[in-house]
Design a protein around this ligand. Structure first.
Ligand code: NAD
Length: 288
């Protein structure tokens, strides 16, 4: 029987614990944790993601502050907003929804965020701490969510051949570093990889994060592999992943569904990172 890695159910449990923790701080008289969510423009997928994140915050008692800027916002305006949010004591985490319009340099924006509020984990300082395997940093939300999901089901990645398809800065690249931290043997494939199937067939753990629907077919997967589908694409009004589920699931030991797999875990990881930032901000501001 193939094990379904149910991100929704695991998220529910983890979010209940986050809520309990938040409420226990509030009962002790502390302010609520705060997450600033910044959206530039009206990209429909981004609007959905931002709304999901804000709803998830509300449910666990995290305050969210929403800043919706027009598509033609100059880079300087966004940078000055980030500067304000860096100084705002109600704000523990700052999330700037990607992608940004083309007049804005993504790296400049990421670098402007105070690393102690960078709950997305994209700031070079946090990326460096990921390379250094330090708990001091923030791990990007999708890789962290996948790590939590696998741990929840007792899937030990240590020693596994882990093949990550997709080397994007948000998922594939940081995930391969996290897998290395967890003592797996990662291989990272991308659009220029020759003979993708040769690599994927060696995977004990196969993660696909490309956004190419139907990329991973049944004949590309080893019998008994654990398969994690990160892809989100809209095809004919339906949300689909990178993996052809019906072909791959019968061969897999465990697999994530799309939707309901990695997506909710990403949001849960964001809540956890925000709580971590909050706890650190509190302990640095409370005077003995
Ligand atoms: P990206 O564009 O930054 O990276 C895509 C990667 O896929 C690149 O490295 C590219 O080389 C590779 N790729 C493209 N076509 C390929 C092919 N035919 N064969 C092999 N590799 C190929 O994208 P991203 O931001 O990393 O996102 C990837 C996917 O994950 C998207 O569908 C995105 O919507 C989804 N995503 C999901 C979540 C979630 O929570 N489930 C979170 C973030 C991103």
């Amino acid at each position: 029987m193939t094990l379904l890695l149910d991100g929704r159910a695991v998220s529910e449990k983890l979010r209940a614990r986050i809520k309990e923790k938040v409420e226990s701080f509030v009962r002790k008289g502390f302010r609520r944790p705060g997450l600033a969510v910044v959206l530039v423009g009206d990209d429909p997928a981004s609007v959905v993601y931002v709304n999901n994140k804000r709803k998830a915050c509300k449910k666990v008692g995290i305050e969210s502050f929403f800043y919706h800027l027009p598509q033609d916002t100059p880079e300087g305006r966004l940078l000055s907003l980030i500067d304000e949010l860096n100084k705002d004591e109600r704000v523990d985490g700052i999330l700037v929804q990607l992608p940004l319009p083309e007049q804005i340099d993504r790296l400049k924006v990421i670098e402007a965020i105070d690393p102690s509020k960078d709950v997305d984990g994209f700031h070079p300082q946090n990326m460096g701490l990921l390379v250094a395997q330090s708990e001091k940093g923030f791990i990007p939300c999708t890789p962290l969510g996948i790590d939590l999901l696998l741990r929840h089901y007792g899937i030990e990645v240590k020693g596994l051949n882990a093949v990550v398809v997709g080397a994007g800065f948000i998922v594939g690249r940081p995930l391969s570093l996290l897998l290395l931290w967890r003592n797996a043997t990662p291989t990272v494939c991308h659009v220029y990889t020759k003979n993708l199937k040769e690599h994927t067939l060696k995977a004990d753990l196969l993660v696909s994060a490309t956004g190419v629907p139907g990329l991973i077919r049944g004949d590309m997967v080893k019998e008994g592999a654990v398969v994690v589908d990160v892809g989100i694409s809209r095809v004919g009004g339906k949300i689909v992943g990178d993996v052809v589920f019906d072909e791959v699931a019968p061969k897999a030991r465990a697999i994530t569904p799309v939707p309901g797999g990695v997506g909710p875990m990403t949001v849960t990881a964001l809540l956890l990172n925000t709580l971590k930032a909050y706890e650190r901000h509190l302990s640095s501001t409370i005077k003995p």
